[in-house]
Design a protein around this ligand. Structure first.
Ligand code: MN
Length: 291
């Protein structure tokens, strides 16, 4: 199933490249309250809820995707875990930068936390703080959402704990200072367009990630990689992270930057496309600072 969220908290199943069916009423506890936990519980309970959702699709009326406003295909995750240094070619492009700033520890694979409040949807804009004095970069990444949580999950069964997959642009202020702060500005985690359930996506290490930036009217391919090139695959990211912190249904992960990270500026447009998931086009603009 290809799930989406749209308008005021509604949940849809995408049925073609142009249509969806609203299945909100088939989701137990569904509410338009932005603080609702119905989505987290759907992540936990998909196996039991799936027949009702499939019936809602079979009996429902298709609507045009063009007539709705897609929002991030996740809601109220307890945490947003990000992987660092998960492609060798990205490590290579960052070595000089890390040497200059004396931050060699940043060159090893690890996980860290971004603020979940940085998540926005595929129709929202990324808003750049203009006063950091640093470049702000795109990192187009495969993302995934936890279904059944747990701790000390073995890698061999870790993919059974993944609810589904989506895309995320992990926007990052380069330079000194804590990584969590530099990646947690509001709007710095555009996510989408859809959340494809794990059974439908298949092998998370057999996908293609492609990120273009239109800058000054010129369309540049910045990132293009196979997820087969991840140093630490999804199953091992889940296993490692769950050895540190208990994973809960609805927790969101991004899996690390492919090579080709680069600066974005107000007026740019980013397009992230991931095979098996879809593409989203995200505007970049300057953040309005309060006077
Ligand atoms: Mn990243």
């Amino acid at each position: 199933m290809k799930l989406c969220r749209f308008d005021a908290n509604r949940i849809g199943v995408v049925t073609s490249s142009t249509a969806l069916v609203d299945v909100s009423e088939a989701v137990p506890g569904w509410s338009d309250d932005p603080l609702s936990d119905h989505f987290v519980r759907l992540c936990r309970d998909l196996d039991t809820v799936r027949p009702a959702i499939e019936a809602a699709v079979a009996n429902g009326q298709e609507r045009a995707l063009a007539d709705v406003r897609l929002t991030a295909p996740v809601l109220n995750p307890g945490k947003l875990v990000a992987a660092a240094m998960n492609y060798e070619a990205h490590r290579a492009e960052m070595v000089d930068r890390a040497d200059r700033s004396g931050l060699a520890w940043r060159m090893e694979f690890d996980v860290f936390l971004k603020a979940p409040s940085s998540i926005v949807g595929p129709c929202d804009a990324v808003e750049l703080p203009m006063g950091t004095g640093q470049e702000i970069h795109h990192e187009g990444e495969l993302a995934f959402v936890i279904g059944q949580g747990g701790r000390n999950i073995p890698a061999a069964s870790a993919l059974d704990h993944v609810f589904g997959y989506t895309g995320m642009i992990d926007v990052t202020v380069r330079g000194p200072g804590d990584r969590s702060r530099r990646k947690s500005y509001d709007t710095f985690s555009p996510t989408g367009p859809y959340l494809v359930t794990a059974d439908e996506l298949g092998d998370p290490q057999a996908q293609t990630i492609d990120l273009h930036v239109v800058h000054a009217g010129v369309d540049e391919q910045r990132q293009h990689v196979s997820t087969a090139d991840m140093l630490v695959p999804v199953a091992e990211i889940v296993a490692y992270t769950s050895s540190i912190m208990t994973l809960h249904p609805g927790d969101v992960f991004c899996t690390g930057a492919p090579p080709g990270v680069g600066p974005i500026e107000p007026g740019d447009v980013m397009r992230l496309a991931i095979s098996g998931i879809g593409s989203m086009t995200v505007d970049v603009r300057a953040r309005e600072e309060s006077a």
